[in-house]
Every structure is written in structure tokens, then in C-alpha cells.
Design a protein around this ligand. Structure first.
Ligand code: DX5
Ligand code: ZN
Length: 225
């Protein structure tokens, strides 16, 4: 059984010249490290790709939570699974056949995640829940770190949590964007059980301590912990 809640620092807010060190700085405190892959097509930003994940995989044992903000995820997602990513999440908006891609990812040995961007309703995707391991709800518009959390996205989290509970499914419900000490409790109360935090972790003087504090807040919020 995976621990609950999951805290996943996003290395998008880390120092890219010292990535291995930055990942090791949260080892023992964080559950997953979140890796934001952007292609300047799906989102207007360009970050890191497969070779970086392959190299980083050798530098640490912490599970990687790869968030693909790319068009044609079918082309790249299996490579991240083969590189040893624990969870590979692709965007609903970018994928023609999410059911098939989730199946491919699982066959490649990874958990399969589906992400829903700010302007995308979640209802059309609820029927996919039994076929994915992670449902990621963006609490900002995907593309950049350091944006302001949007509480209005929590209605989607509540909807998905209701569905997961009603169907007795084992799906991680992850939130991403603007998660910090000021916002994590609202997200937990809405039903999230995995939390991505970039700026709130890597912008802190002590990233591991920031992770521990975020976890304590979720636990103290008294929901699904
Ligand atoms: C943005 C990324 C996020 C980002 C979060 O599109 O998906 O993972 O790193 O950064 P913060 O926590 O700073 O909002
Ligand atoms: Zn992300």
C-alpha cells in the first residue's frame, strides 16, 4: 500500500543545474518527485525531456511522478515508463484514446495518470476512472510554476472524489498548481490525496522541512489520512 497522503515536490521550481542534489534534498520526506515535461506545443513553455529523467533515475530511488504537458503523448509516454517512472500522467486534452494509452502505460510497468487542465470539465472523463491509477486536477492553467491557486477548481476534485468513493475505486486524486501552506488544506478537504508543490517546497530554505509541514497540514485537516 502506498502511503497517504502523497506529497510530490515539483522540480520545476528547483535549480536545474543541480537537479540530482535538489531531488536528494527531499528524499526521506517526500513520497514522489514530480517532473513537469513541457513541449512548447501543448503549453507555451519548454522544460525537460526523457534524457534528463533517464539520468536522474540513476541518481535517486524516489518514485518519479512524470507530468506530460505535451501533444502526442502516445509517442513519448511509454519511454518514460521504460525509463523507470513510477507514474506517468498525460493530458486528456492532448490524447485521442486515453483508455488505450493508460493500458499501454500499465503494460510498460508504470501507473497511468490522466490530467485535466483548468478549462476542461471533468465529467466526460469520469468513465475512465476504473482504468487509471491517478487523476490529476490542475488548480491553475498548466504551463508555469508559481501561479495562484484557483479554489474554483475544487468542485472538480469533489466530483471525482464522490465518484471514486461511490465506485470503491483505488485512484489517486492529485492536485497541481499553487499548492502551499495556505491552500493545501482546502484541497485535502475537497478530497485530494496527492499534492504537487513546486514553489512551496523549492522556494523554501529547507525543502524537506517544507514537505513535512505540508504533510502535517493534510494530516491535521483530518481527512482521508
Ligand atoms: C505547472 C506544473 C506544476 C508546477 C507547480 O504547469 O504542472 O507542477 O510545477 O508549481 P507551483 O507549485 O509553483 O504552482
Ligand atoms: Zn505538474
Amino acid at each position: 500500500m502506498e502511503p497517504s497522503p502523497i506529497i510530490a515536490p515539483s522540480i520545476l521550481a528547483a535549480d536545474f543545474a543541480r537537479l540530482a542534489e535538489e531531488v536528494r534534498a527531499v528524499e526521506g520526506a517526500a513520497d514522489w518527485v514530480h517532473v513537469d515535461v513541457m513541449d512548447n506545443h501543448f503549453v507555451p513553455n519548454l522544460t525537460i525531456g526523457l534524457p534528463v529523467v533517464q539520468s536522474l533515475r540513476k541518481a535517486t530511488d524516489i518514485p518519479f511522478d512524470v507530468h506530460l504537458m505535451i501533444t502526442e503523448p502516445e509517442r513519448w509516454a511509454p519511454g518514460f515508463a521504460e525509463a523507470g517512472a513510477y507514474n506517468v500522467t498525460f493530458h486528456a486534452e492532448a490524447c485521442e484514446d486515453p483508455f488505450a494509452l493508460a493500458k499501454t502505460l500499465r503494460a510498460a510497468g508504470a501507473k497511468a495518470g490522466l490530467a485535466i487542465d483548468r478549462d476542461t470539465p471533468v465529467e466526460p472523463y469520469l468513465e475512465l476512472l476504473p482504468f487509471v491509477d491517478t487523476l490529476l486536477i490542475m488548480t491553475i492553467k498548466a504551463g508555469f510554476g508559481g501561479q495562484k491557486f484557483m479554489p474554483e477548481m475544487l468542485d472538480k476534485v469533489r466530483d471525482v472524489r464522490r465518484r471514486i468513493t461511490a465506485k470503491g475505486l483505488e485512484v489517486r486524486l492529485e492536485v497541481d498548481g499553487g499548492i502551499s501552506a495556505d491552500t493545501i488544506e482546502q484541497a485535502a478537504e475537497a478530497g485530494a490525496d496527492a499534492f504537487v508543490a513546486g514553489t512551496a517546497v523549492y522556494g523554501a530554505d529547507d525543502p524537506a522541512e517544507a514537505v513535512r509541514k505540508l504533510r502535517a497540514q493534510v494530516l491535521h485537516s483530518g481527512v482521508r489520512a
